[in-house]
Ligand binder design. Structure first.
Ligand SMILES: [Zn+2]
Ligand SMILES: [Zn+2]
Length: 112
């Protein structure tokens, strides 16, 4: 995969950095093929608390983010997750390969 050119330090902090990485889901053990835009598991929708902004890996909490709800923004599904370690709430765009049944099930849960 090609790296996108970065224009030195002149740009403000990028809000979204694309990373391609494979990882093993810390919740269900699913081997996830990273495609750069998500760090959550498409099977159980759990993720890890590693970002301040999506993709920056700047948070060293490392807690398991439990999916607690789903929001619809325009045409995007946004998964709302809460860190089981520090309680932070994060929102992540759902990916096309996410488990649709789980997403629909999530959408019926109230966001606490
Ligand atoms: Zn999983
Ligand atoms: Zn956390």
């Amino acid at each position: 995969m090609e790296d996108e050119p970065v224009a030195g330090n002149l740009l403000p902090i990028k809000r979204f950095q694309r990373r391609l990485e494979d990882f093993v889901c810390a919740h269900c053990g699913n081997e996830v093929k990273g495609h750069g835009y998500t760090n959550h598991c498409p099977r159980c929708l759990y993720s890890l608390h590693v970002d301040h902004n999506p993709g920056d890996r700047a948070n060293n909490c490392g807690g398991l983010m439990r999916p607690i709800g789903l929001e619809l923004k325009r045409d995007d599904y946004i998964i709302v997750s809460r860190c089981e370690k520090c309680g932070a709430i994060k929102r992540n765009k759902a990916a096309v390969d996410d488990n649709r049944e789980d997403l629909i099930r999530l959408s019926k849960l109230p966001v606490k």
